[in-house]
Design a protein around this ligand. Structure first.
Ligand SMILES: N[C@@H](CCC(=O)N[C@@H](CS)C(=O)NCC(=O)O)C(=O)O
Length: 124
């Protein structure tokens, strides 16, 4: 019973779109690489496995485990046009999802290899 009351009255108030966008941008600005993720998502796990394999430092923000996760997901959809996870940024540049990231890993981006992009971002 007390569990139900706690769920009803101790829930986090909804975050405004403006506040969610501000927080998402802060997370992007504060991290060389950030993966907006869901802990059960196989595409997210693949991205993180590749980053681990590259020895890259990154932050993963698990939207399904954060009180403001769905607000941040909506903010990201507005900011990037992408609602799916993973939603990846390297050096504050939007990369996209796991398949976009794999393309960058295999082919580089703007003539730069993934290692160089990670180094320039401060993740290596
Ligand atoms: N092609 C995408 C697939 C990503 C995808 O389908 N992710 C699922 C989770 S596994 C998703 O975001 N579903 C909607 C949601 O969780 O809100 C990629 O490579 O990142």
């Amino acid at each position: 019973m007390s569990f139900i009351f706690r769920r009803l009255f101790a829930s986090t108030p909804p975050v405004t779109m403006e506040a969610a966008q501000k927080k998402a941008q802060q997370l992007i600005d504060d991290n060389a690489v950030i993966v907006f993720s869901k802990s059960y998502c196989p595409y997210c796990n693949n991205t993180k496995r590749i980053l681990d394999g590259l020895d890259a430092k990154y932050k993963s923000y698990e939207l399904n485990q954060e009180a403001d996760g769905s607000d941040i997901q909506s903010a990201l959809a507005k900011m990037t046009g992408q609602r799916t996870v993973p939603n990846i940024f390297i050096g504050q540049v939007h990369i996209g999802g796991n398949s976009d990231f794999e393309t960058v890993v295999n082919n580089g981006k703007d003539g730069k290899k993934i290692e160089q992009l990670l180094k320039e971002a401060g993740a290596l």
